[in-house]
Design a binder for this molecule. Structure first.
Ligand code: UDP
Ligand code: MG
Length: 313
């Protein structure tokens, strides 16, 4: 029985050796399985490529894919999943924030057939800037209100899956990937293991606040059309308001014969600005979705490979 461990790496020259040692410990601890370590180098600019080649030349269980440029973590995870041959497949970060020490017990859980997926979840966000935690929490509340699938707060991409789950995930070959949603969407029995937040061992995070914010928007747009409905509701609400207003003035002028002394210039201006703003917002929303459609219909591959380990090993 083969276990595949996938590691997306972007500028991780310092953390990779530490992670590799930890993975070797896992391999030793779970003696009765074969392992393959799949390193996906997502266009790193440092010496990550050399480090991975070095590991591969000493260890036949190390396999790798190099991308021709940085395609993002989502693409890296997808490439890893496509390449993995294991009966059990796990994805984990290179920076040790996903504790490899959890893997043996995860394997045991799947063996006992208690679940099809064992996924890790951070119960604390210790060591993270408070403002980032706040926005993350708000995001999860928002997306869970709008989507049919439930996306767990604090869920990481770190999880061990059975083959059937991996095949289901690969079959969703959309370009704009939002893994947290995809994992939830495919379903299956999930068991959560909880752990404290761990800070990365070396290097620095690749996710700026702005990048995370865009990722959040991607997630919402990829998994729900609720915002579009929101525009419709808004439009309906203001149209009804306008209608009532017309009726009101009609009655005032025709039946009660009350005429305005002061022309309603300011209120008119306010209304126009407000409604103009709403229309622009709705258009922007439409644009978000149309933009995604444009990207999806081009059917471009999610990544371009520049190098792989020799297959004759
Ligand atoms: N990563 C990647 N491509 C990217 C950004 C990140 O493959 O464009 C990898 C990175 O090497 C790490 C994982 O994704 O293994 C998580 O990244 P990071 O630790 O920077 O994110 P954080 O833990 O801060 O959310
Ligand atoms: Mg990290």
């Amino acid at each position: 029985m083969l276990v595949s461990l996938i590691v997306p790496c972007y500028n991780e020259e310092e953390s990779l050796p530490i992670l590799y040692d930890a993975l070797c410990d896992v391999r030793k601890q779970v003696g009765d399985r074969d392992f393959e370590f799949i390193f996906v180098n997502d266009g790193s600019r440092d010496k990550t490529a050399d480090v991975i080649r070095g590991l591969a030349s000493d260890d036949k269980d190390v396999r790798y894919v190099f991308f021709s440029r940085n395609f993002g973590k989502e693409a890296a995870m997808y490439a890893g999943l496509e390449k993995a041959k294991g009966d059990y497949v796990a994805i984990l970060d290179a920076d040790m924030q996903d504790p490899p020490a959890l893997i043996p017990s995860m394997i045991e859980t799947l063996d006992k057939d208690e679940a099809d997926i064992v996924a890790a979840r951070r119960v604390t966000r210790k060591g993270e800037p408070p403002i980032r935690s706040f926005f993350a929490r708000t995001f999860y509340k928002l997306i869970n209100k709008m989507c049919d699938v439930e996306i767990a707060d604090g869920a990481r991409d770190f999880r061990l899956m059975k083959r059937c789950v991996v095949d289901a995930i690969i079959s969703l070959n959309e370009r704009q990937r939002f893994s947290k949603g995809i994992f939830a969407w495919v379903g299956f029995r999930t068991k959560w293991v909880e752990h404290e937040n761990v800070e990365r061992v070396a290097g620095e995070t690749k996710w700026s606040f702005w990048k995370l914010f865009r990722y959040a928007i991607d997630g919402i747009v990829a998994f729900t059309t609720a915002p579009l409905r929101f525009a419709t509701y808004c439009g309906f609400f203001f149209a009804s308001l306008a209608f009532l207003y017309i009726v009101y003035y009609f009655i005032r002028a025709i039946i009660l014969r009350i005429y305005d002394q002061v022309p309603g210039y300011p209120s008119l201006l306010c209304f126009m600005l407000f409604i103009g703003g709403l229309i622009l917002m709705a258009l922007g929303l439409l644009g978000e979705y149309i933009g995604r459609i444009f990207i999806e219909v081009k059917r471009r591959p999610q990544y371009v490979v520049s190098e792989e380990e020799k297959s004759d090993r």
